[in-house]
Design a protein around this ligand. Structure first.
Ligand code: OSB
Ligand code: MG
Length: 366
């Protein structure tokens, strides 16, 4: 497959609702899309970096810069996803930028071959159960209203964002209102310290599926110490940037569940390695989200269909994020989304909608 060039396209999409986490409030999604043009087919990838480096060190403008300056020029002229991954390896970090480019190459490669990403990755399901990630609210009644709406829509699992001062009370209120059968978990986005262990242990009686990334993004040792003091299973998000990190976390006992985000770990090839590793060690994994458009969501659904993804992911319906997505919307059906079965990622931006929301476009010839 001969590569002709790469387009970096920035789009701006308002979020249906502001989304507040322990690291900030998002009201719109500033997304970098990567389009690879080859002799055989085109491919799309979505960069999940946010506008500001608050979730991780990457940010949209930085991702665009490293792509145009280093990653795109490093691609071999005859390329496939594995060759792209190898060519980008010498450059440290920037995993979200690498993931977007590798995914675009993989999409083109699979479209040319007429194979779906789900089939390529080894998916064993044609639809996947969906959870929803619920932001921090101004009050407990406002949170209960939001959760009630999502439960009514059919989401099979609820994740509450937490931070110091918003932990036990929201969890207790949601348990009391929705009962013990609701699959419930929490995500702290690194907002606590090991000194908060007694406070976090107060969540134990609520039978949460897991607590996600309570401590610092780079601290596997303290997560291991915390895991020994909690009954609630510990799940890592920010701390797992590669299969090597996952291996270290498993050896140390830092977590018993892994949130797999392809962008965070450098792409779908590395995401599958983490899946394989965790499966071999008996750890459940699930697919996280980064408020993706339909481009990223389509690919995440393919990954979520692998057999080790035994917990519902944050792969919610398009309407949870945007009133008008750039692809055909993903619609919830009995709490599930259908895994795309078309070639490649199985979705692409609608040209009219894409034109409407584009804020910048740059062509990099090869
Ligand atoms: O920590 O999982 C996270 C969104 C942006 C950045 C980090 C996270 C999230 C979410 C939302 O929790 C997941 C989604 O619905 O896409
Ligand atoms: Mg998280």
């Amino acid at each position: 497959m001969k590569i002709e060039g790469v387009e970096l396209r920035r789009v701006a999409l308002p979020l249906a609702l502001p989304f507040r986490t322990s690291f900030g409030t998002e009201t719109a999604r500033d997304v970098l899309l990567v389009r690879v043009v080859t002799s055989d087919a085109e491919g799309w990838g979505e960069c999940v970096a946010m506008a500001d480096p608050l979730y991780s060190p990457e940010y949209v403008e930085g991702a665009a810069d490293v792509l145009r300056r280093f990653l795109v020029p490093a691609l071999p002229r005859t390329v496939d996803a594995h060759a792209a991954e190898r060519a980008m390896l010498p450059f440290k970090g920037h995993r979200m930028a690498k993931a977007a480019l590798e995914t675009a190459v993989l999409d083109a490669e699979l479209r040319a071959a007429g194979t779906s990403l789900a089939a390529y990755l080894g998916a064993s399901a044609s639809r996947v159960p969906c959870g929803v990630s619920v932001g921090i609210m101004d009050s407990v009644p406002a949170l209960l209203d939001a959760v009630a709406g999502y439960v009514a829509e059919g989401y099979v699992r609820v994740k509450l964002k937490i931070e110091p001062g918003w932990e036990v009370a929201p969890v207790r209120a949601v348990r009391e209102r929705f009962g013990d059968d609701l699959l419930l978990q929490v995500d702290a986005n690194a907002a606590f310290t090991l000194a908060d262990a007694p406070l976090l242990a107060r969540l134990d009686p609520f039978d949460l599926l897991l607590i996600e990334q309570p401590l610092a993004e780079d601290d596997l040792v303290q997560h291991a110490a915390l895991a020994r003091r909690l009954r609630t299973p510990l799940c890592l998000d920010e701390a797992i940037e590669s299969a090597a990190h996952a291996a270290a976390a498993i050896s140390l006992g830092s977590c018993s569940v892994v949130n797999v985000k392809p962008g965070r770990v450098g792409g779908y090839l590395e995401a599958r390695r983490i899946h394989d590793l965790c499966r071999a060690h008996g750890l459940p994994v699930w697919c996280g989200g980064m408020l993706e458009t339909g481009v990223g969501r389509a690919a995440n659904l393919a990954l979520s269909a692998l057999p080790g993804f035994t917990l519902p992911g944050d792969t919610s319906a398009s309407s949870r994020y945007f009133t008008d997505d750039i692809t055909e919307p993903f619609v919830l059906d009995d709490g599930h989304l259908t895994v795309p079965s078309g070639p490649g990622i199985g979705a692409a931006p609608r040209p009219d909608r894409l034109a409407e929301v584009t804020t910048d476009s740059e062509w990099i010839p090869l």
